[in-house]
Each structure stands twice: as structure tokens, then as C-alpha cells.
Design a protein around this ligand. Structure first.
Ligand code: WQD
Length: 344
């Protein structure tokens, strides 16, 4: 009898959400096998995760697009569940390099599904995104809110992957899937040993905020203040990465404990509270005491004015709820940035 509840394969487990989820899984009594090709992450992330949990993890440097290399992982390790994080995620880059996105995000995913089927491993948890809702007519969005046609190849890979999982669950016996639609993940582990490590100029708001606070960037640009929202800036649902990680544990529990009501299920993972860009900037400055130079510029192409989650389904079915306080989350992001930059 193993000392662990079960084993979970975490693809992209050296990444931002992957590392935090691996920690949460271990804390919940699971063992993990972590794979990553370091295409957008660093070996130091695995070291950080090991420091937090106080032991080594089974780690393999593998490209999930390499079917034979991935087959080796399945041959060497027993696990019931895969959480598939490994993917490219830059929306803008996907517009200029669509093939890179379709190739990487879909081939790696198909390889995982193919091997899950071949090795009779039952449970697939897929990293989806609120991006599938596009510019929704009714807010907050529920899992029933119709998806809008994707506005980027990145977003399209998320929609296609959801559909592939649905079809596999429908067709194959003993095959179960959950798609978690993440809203805007932010924050970092309170130890500051793991966090988000974007390469180059960040696309997302919080890394840009913390880099500006650290003096790496001169000034934060706020993309548009003429939206039809209370202060004119966009509204998003910022979810702490620790809460997000716990949602994965709840979803894995649901699969492993055979509690699923359908063979394929979808859950929104957000806080349910919309926050504007200007509010977030103000909260960051108050929570950290750091001054943040910012200016209003024009809208960014492709941004929707507002999106936030109805979390009732996840609350009820997963028994999960976002709990972290936004100020603590922002301080954690800042502490992580300070550690990365060597700021006291
Ligand atoms: C949030 C808000 C910007 C940067 C994207 C993807 C989504 C998911 C998360 C990830 C918007 C504004 C931003 C800046 C700004 N994917 N902003 N100045 O666009 O909601 O979601 O990232 O892997 O699929 O679409 O997140 O953090 O880029 O932007 O004013 O320098 O901050 O306009 O309103 P977004 P974001």
C-alpha cells in the first residue's frame, strides 16, 4: 500500500501554475511526477518546489510533443491522472506564429491523450481559460455561457482542446476529463521560492506591475480608460495562484474518488469579483507601499471590456472557493519579484 493517495503526472510542472499545483497536490497527500522541457521555465522552479515540500520529486526533462519520449514516462511511472499544463500561452505571439501554437499546444495534448488511452490511465485534467468566453453578453459567465469564436490561435487551441477532451470522454470507456477555465491567475507562493517568471517584456498586467515597481520597466501603460465600466478600465477576475492550485486538487479528488457526475465536466476557476485595472494598481500601491508610475494609453487590440466568473458550480461540486485576500496576493507577487531581482 502506497503512502500516497495517488500519483499525478504534471506536464508543464516547472511552469507558473504547474509548480504551485504540484506543491498543493503533495500537501494534499498525492505524489507527483513532473515533466517539463523548460521551453518557458527554469530548472530553479523545480528546485523551489522541492524546497517548499522538503523532498525531491520525480522530474523528467521531456518534450510532450515527442511521443516516444513521453511513452517512456508512461512506462516508467504509474499514475491515474494527468494535469496537462504544458503549452505556449502568449496571445499576441500566437497571432504572428499560429502554426507554432497549433503545433505545440495540440500535438503535445494529443500525445498525452493517446498515451492515457493506450496505458489505460483514466483521468485528464485540462488547463483551459476564460478566454473561451470572449466578449460575453451576460456577466458573470457561467459554464453554460456560450463560447464565442476564438479571437486568437492561442484561444482557439483552448477551445479545440476542450472539444477533443469532450469527444474522447464520450467515446472511450474508462476515460474521464475535467476542464478548468482559469480567469486571471496572479500571486506567488508566500515563501517566494516559486512564482511567475515571464521571459522578456511581460504581456500580462501583474508581471508588468511588479517589474515597474522594481524599476525594470519605466512606466506601466494602462490600456484604455474609455470602456463602458465604472472607471473606464477593463474588469477582470484575478485569482490567486494558491487558490487556483487548490482547485486542481479538488478536481483531482473528484476524479480519483469517482465523484464525477458526467464523464466530462467544466468548471470556472475565479473569485467571482471583478476588479478594474486602476483598482488593481491602487490596491498594489497600498498593499506594498511602493509607488507605481503609470499612464493611460490606447486600448490593446483584442481586450474584452469585462469578464468575471460565476463560481457557483465550482463552489458546489468541487467544494472549492477562492479564499486568499487580494492584498496578500499582491504582496506575494511583489515579494516574488523582489526575490528574483535581489531587492531587499
Ligand atoms: C489584464 C488587464 C489589459 C497589461 C490573458 C489571456 C488569458 C490568460 C491570461 C494566459 C487587461 C490590462 C495589461 C499592461 C494593462 N492567458 N493591461 N497594461 O488579457 O485578461 O488575459 O492572460 O495565459 O487567456 O487572454 O490578462 O494580464 O494581459 O490583462 O493595462 O501592461 O490588464 O488591458 O484589461 P487578459 P492581462
Amino acid at each position: 500500500m502506497s503512502q500516497y493517495k495517488d500519483t499525478v503526472l504534471v506536464s508543464g510542472g516547472a511552469g507558473y501554475i504547474g509548480t504551485h499545483t504540484a506543491v498543493a497536490l503533495v500537501e494534499a497527500g498525492y505524489d507527483v511526477v513532473v515533466i517539463d522541457n523548460f521551453s518557458n521555465s527554469e530548472p530553479s522552479a523545480v528546485e523551489g518546489l522541492e524546497k517548499i515540500i522538503g523532498r525531491k520529486v520525480a522530474f523528467e526533462e521531456v518534450d510532450t510533443c515527442d511521443l516516444e519520449a513521453l511513452r517512456g514516462v508512461f512506462e516508467r511511472h504509474e499514475f491515474s491522472t494527468v494535469i496537462h499544463f504544458a503549452a505556449y500561452k502568449a496571445v499576441g505571439e500566437s497571432m504572428t506564429e499560429p502554426l507554432k501554437y497549433y503545433q505545440n499546444n495540440l500535438v503535445s495534448y494529443m500525445n498525452i491523450l493517446q498515451l492515457m488511452k493506450e496505458f489505460k490511465r483514466p483521468n485528464v485534467l485540462f488547463s483551459s481559460s476564460a478566454t473561451v468566453y470572449g466578449d460575453a453578453e451576460v456577466l458573470p459567465v457561467t459554464e453554460e455561457t456560450p463560447r464565442q469564436p476564438a479571437t486568437s490561435p492561442y484561444g482557439n487551441t483552448k477551445q479545440i482542446a476542450e472539444d477533443i477532451l469532450r469527444d474522447c470522454c464520450r467515446a472511450y470507456e474508462g476515460f474521464f476529463g475535467i476542464a478548468l477555465r482559469y480567469f486571471n491567475p496572479i500571486g506567488a507562493h508566500p515563501s517566494a521560492l516559486i512564482g511567475e517568471l515571464p521571459r522578456g517584456v511581460p504581456n500580462n498586467l501583474i508581471p508588468f506591475v511588479t517589474q515597474t515597481a522594481a524599476g525594470v520597466r519605466e512606466c506601466l501603460s494602462v490600456f484604455g480608460n474609455d470602456y463602458d465600466t465604472p472607471d473606464g478600465t477593463c474588469l477582470r477576475d484575478y485569482i490567486d495562484v494558491l487558490d487556483l492550485a487548490k482547485a486542481h486538487v479538488a478536481a483531482v479528488d473528484r476524479m480519483v474518488d469517482h465523484k464525477m457526475k458526467e464523464k466530462y465536466e467544466i468548471f470556472n476557476v475565479g473569485t467571482g469579483t471583478p476588479v478594474s485595472v486602476l483598482e488593481l494598481i491602487t490596491r498594489f500601491m497600498k498593499a506594498t507601499g511602493v509607488d507605481l508610475p503609470y499612464k493611460i494609453v490606447g486600448r490593446r487590440a483584442g481586450d474584452v471590456p469585462a469578464v468575471w466568473a460565476d463560481t457557483a458550480l465550482a463552489n458546489k461540486e468541487l467544494g472549492w472557493k477562492a479564499e486568499r485576500d487580494l492584498d496578500d496576493t499582491l504582496r506575494a507577487s511583489w515579494n516574488w519579484e523582489k526575490r528574483v531581482r535581489g531587492i531587499k
